[in-house]
Design a protein around this ligand. Structure first.
Ligand SMILES: Nc1ncnc2c1ncn2[C@@H]1O[C@H](COP(=O)(O)OP(=O)(O)OP(=O)(O)O)[C@@H](O)[C@H]1O
Ligand SMILES: [Mg+2]
Length: 258
């Protein structure tokens, strides 16, 4: 399983007088099988960081290493779920999920079966032939997740994938994601605004300061494993230890705002 190392990364956009410093001196490792959650205020550089890890943007300074080698653009071992939905509107739900498999040259019947299986796992059984405009926002978000998972990347980069969902759907997808994580051994890089979501999902939670984003806090947590052992998200989230960890993260976020 690949390891991503981010070493003194700074990201700067050329726009404006003197440019925009989005990220400053970020260092961390995404260990194989880890869920690293990034928490931070709007505009602090989270999406910029994801774009750098995906290989869409080159570092302004510092390095990103994949198994010891500098990233050379996007790669099949890294899957991405973008903040703005990026499904192909001219394809059906199933057509979208099949897309990466088609690129790999899978024959029609095999990719259809795989897409149907992923849609079913995400609670979208029978939606294969449906056009996207007939799906709700939450359903489209799940199609997006199914497409990323069908491509079977070792590392999944997710930018606020559950941000637009109602509380119930959000929690059920958090649980599903943890189950898929356990069964697949993938590494996840997960951006969220939700402190509760961060505490529930993260093996490590990293808090960024306002722009330019710097790492101002890191917590190692095990509530994801507690959920996988007990199977009850409500019980984990109501546990005093969880509430204490959530409050500690919230304090770090508030402290970062000065
Ligand atoms: N292409 C660009 N050119 C110039 N500035 C940019 C560009 N993209 C982003 N920025 C700026 O860089 C900063 C970080 O943006 P980014 O999208 O990474 O934030 P974010 O943490 O993902 O925010 P949100 O939580 O709202 O999604 C912002 O101030 C933004 O205005
Ligand atoms: Mg963003």
């Amino acid at each position: 399983m690949p390891r991503l190392v981010v070493d003194q990364l700074s990201m700067r956009y050329p726009a404006g007088a003197g440019g925009v410093a989005a990220l400053e001196d970020i260092s961390f490792t995404l260990e194989p099988g880890e869920i690293r959650v990034v928490l931070g205020a709007s505009g602090c550089g989270k999406t910029t960081l994801l774009n750098a890890l995906a290989g869409f943007l080159p570092p302004s300074s510092g390095r990103i290493l994949l198994d010891g080698r500098p990233l050379a653009g996007p790669g099949a071992e890294r899957g991405v779920v973008l903040q703005k939905q990026a499904l192909f509107p001219w394809l059906t739900a199933g057509g979208n999920v099949e897309f990466p498999l088609r690129l790999r040259g899978w024959p029609r019947a095999r990719r259809r079966a795989e897409a149907e299986a992923w849609l079913a796992r995400l609670g979208l059984e029978g939606c294969h032939g449906q056009p996207l405009h007939q799906l709700s926002g939450g359903m489209r978000q799940r199609v997006e997740l199914a497409r990323a998972l069908a491509a079977d990347p070792a590392i999944l980069l997710l930018d606020e994938p559950f941000g637009a969902l109602d509380a119930f759907t959000r929690e059920s997808l958090q649980c599903l994601l943890l189950t898929l994580w356990r069964d697949s051994g993938k590494s996840l890089f997960f951006i969220t605004h939700s402190v509760e979501e961060a505490a529930f999902l993260g093996s490590t939670v990293m808090v960024l300061s306002p722009r330019p984003g710097r790492v101002i806090h890191e917590s190692a947590l095990t509530f994801n494993r507690a959920f996988l052992q007990g199977g009850d998200a409500r019980a984990v989230k109501a546990d005093p230890a969880f509430i204490a960890a959530r409050e500690q993260l919230l304090e770090a976020v508030h402290a970062s705002q000065g």
